[in-house]
Design a protein around this ligand. Structure first.
Ligand code: NAP
Length: 325
């Protein structure tokens, strides 16, 4: 298997899962330094450089800064739509299966039951629109490709869990006061990047086991549902910060360039029918907080405030605002 976006949250988990699996070989783990996703004219010669070609390539690379996409739409479309289409074209011409990762933000967010794969999309942000354009371009180029939509990803890197724990540890050190403020009117489901990586491996194996390879659209996330507010409470309680209060606030409390969907729960019925079911998000969160990717704030003797992680929040900033009272 080959991984594009190998230094991102999902990319890192994929590389580790493939390396740990006895029956799957890592053909390549490409970061931006190896090949820029958008350098589509180079894909062919770059792939030719590998003695053992990949059977499946997963694209975990994307321009994921939701607010920045509003003002950088050219970069968003180039990274999230044009480039994946270029990869789909080159990979399918070589008989290599392509898994491309997309988002719950392709939906408008005004639903009241989990979105199914076949439901109408209506992205309300440039990020969502660019990701939807990517889905169409990839499947239009290679109808055998698999496009996996996921939501609220946490793994190794900057994410909501890290942001909450940074804010909590600042309060414990007396650098900030008052409760955290977290929106309680956006509903969805968190996804542990490591769990998603394992599910993608299971999907890659299907083609080899003689089962029909899965193609088209597929939703994958951890089971259960929540709001950012309840997610934050669970993080604090599980990570040893029960004394830190949270004030529930409406989405309107934070001014953001991109409007987040109020409801973006993905239905995973198709995945369940394929025998792929991910554990409940609470269980996944507990594993994350104790595992190798746990936020720096939880690692004794490292950085108590997680300040070593200097990247912007990838996709969901700011759902947590500091109350600087
Ligand atoms: N994070 C979420 O909450 C969330 C929710 C729903 C769906 N998704 C989707 O899930 C997938 C994985 O997300 P993630 O959270 O793992 O993302 P992430 O941590 O932001 O990682 C994305 C990776 O893509 C790389 N990348 C961006 N542009 C590139 C380019 N032109 N060439 C090469 N590499 C490039 C980035 O490299 P640099 O660090 O060098 O920029 C980064 O390592 C994405 O498709 C995303 O849209 C994410």
């Amino acid at each position: 298997m080959g991984v594009l976006g190998a230094s991102g949250q999902l990319g890192r988990c994929l590389v580790r899962a493939i390396t740990d699996a006895e029956d799957v070989e890592l053909a390549f783990a490409a970061t931006r330094a190896e090949i820029d996703l958008c350098d589509t004219g180079r894909i062919g010669s770059w792939l030719d450089g590998f003695a053992d070609p990949a059977d499946v390539v997963v694209n975990a690379a994307a321009y994921t800064k939701v607010d920045a996409c509003e003002t950088e739409s050219e970069r968003a479309y180039e990274t999230n739509a044009l480039a994946p289409a270029g990869w789909a074209r080159e990979l399918s011409s070589r008989g290599i299966r392509f898994f491309h990762v997309s988002t719950d933000y392709v939906f408008p967010g005004d639903g009241d039951r989990p979105y199914r794969e076949e439901d109408a999309t209506e992205p309300r942000t440039v990020y969502g629109a660019s990701k939807r354009a990517g889905e169409i371009a990839v499947l239009g180029t290679d109808p055998t490709a698999l496009v996996i939509r996921t939501s609220w990803v946490f793994g190794p890197g900057r994410n909501f869990v890290v942001a909450i724990l940074d804010q909590a540890s600042r309060r414990r050190r007396g650098e900030a006061e008052g409760p955290l403020r977290v929106v309680n009117d956006q509903h969805g489901a968190p996804t542990h990047a490591a769990d998603l990586a394992e599910a993608l491996l299971a999907l890659a194996r299907r083609g080899r086991d003689g089962a029909e390879p899965v193609r088209g659209l597929l939703h994958l996330r951890n089971a259960g549902e929540t709001t950012w507010f309840d997610f934050a409470r669970e993080i604090l309680d599980r990570a040893g910060y029960p004394e830190i209060g949270i004030e529930p606030v409406p989405t309107s409390a934070f001014e953001t360039a991109a409007t987040r969907p109020a409801y973006s729960l993905l239905s995973c019925r198709r995945a369940a029918d394929l025998g792929i079911e991910m554990r409940d998000w609470r269980e996944a969160l507990a594993a994350y907080l104790e595992g190798p990717d746990r936020p720096a704030a939880l690692i004794p003797g490292v950085v108590e405030d997680g300040s070593g992680q200097d990247r912007d929040l990838p996709t969901r900033a700011p759902v947590c605002g500091a109350a600087s009272r």
